[in-house]
Design a protein around this ligand. Sequence first.
Ligand code: NAD
Length: 332
Amino acid sequence: MKDDLVVVTGGGGFIAGHMVADLRRQGYKRIRAVDIKPLEDWYQPFEDVENLSLDLDLRENCDTAAAGARQVYNLAANMGGMGFIEHNKALCMLSVLINTHMLQAARKFGVERYFYSSSACVYNGDKQRDAANPGLKEEDAYPALAEDGYGWEKLFSERMCRHFREDYGMWTRVARFHNVYGPNGTWDGGREKAPAAICRKIIQAKLAGNLEIVIWGSGNQTRSFMYIDDSVKGIQMIMNSGILEPLNLGSSEMVSINQLVDIVEDIAGVKMKRIYDLDAPKGVMGRNSENTLIRKYLGWEPDTTLRAGLEKTYAWIYDQVLARNAGRRVVE
Ligand code: NAD
């Protein structure tokens, strides 16, 4: 198994970069990482990995990526936090090309296992109007009313995986990630998500001696956040399981955005003046991961506490901000 060629798409990005790092730690010797970005913009490029800069919208590039592979983890997508997905719906939907062409290529080359990274954004918006969300069950994706743009692409691509499994006998597995955060991921530039954005804003305010933070929305909207190590572990457990239907992969530790800010303030040792931008993109009112099925099937669920994960994330972003301020090149 450790000599099998494993392909990780989106390898220059956050989750896939950590997947590659973890496969290396486990002793996988033949890893191919693929991303549209030039190598100097990857968070975690490794010299002993076959790194390819390819646009996976294109079928021929997906063939190059999948040739000879036994396993494919498809983590490439055009994505970002609410600020990005609300303003780039067409771009998000175009990620349908990546999964469609990767599935076709995987089938052509007889790939034995194929993983697709879906999202909690597939869930019906009507089930997320209340901040006191009891947790989204897998069945709550239907009747379908997904997040416009990004969520519909994910829902469609999930079904594409299902039909390649049913019609062509392919081994496809799908996880619905709830917000993933951690070091070595987007922390500035417009695609970053709430945990990284809040860490960065507090770090910059602290360094500037101006303790103000702008929060998108009322701060009462709720979410759960999964630490990256749990995500990487869960992806591999789901990939190698008999679970055929899309499964939630997320933490069930739900917090409001205000509570998220409380924790980061505590880590930073500051108290911020909060300014609420009610016109900013804020997404659904309440979202949490309901983990009955993952506990039942895998006997496990993401369990890193938000506090523990944020301490590591804050420390990493702090170093990035200092390095950038000192004029060193950093990947944002
Ligand atoms: P990311 O943006 O850090 O990584 C995605 C990578 O895909 C990027 O490096 C990007 O350059 C690459 N990519 C985009 N278009 C490409 C193309 N045409 N060809 C090749 N590469 C391309 O995002 P991430 O957080 O690591 O997300 C990984 C996967 O998990 C994505 O499918 C995303 O939708 C999904 N997901 C992530 C979260 C989260 O909270 N991070 C939540 C739900 C779902």
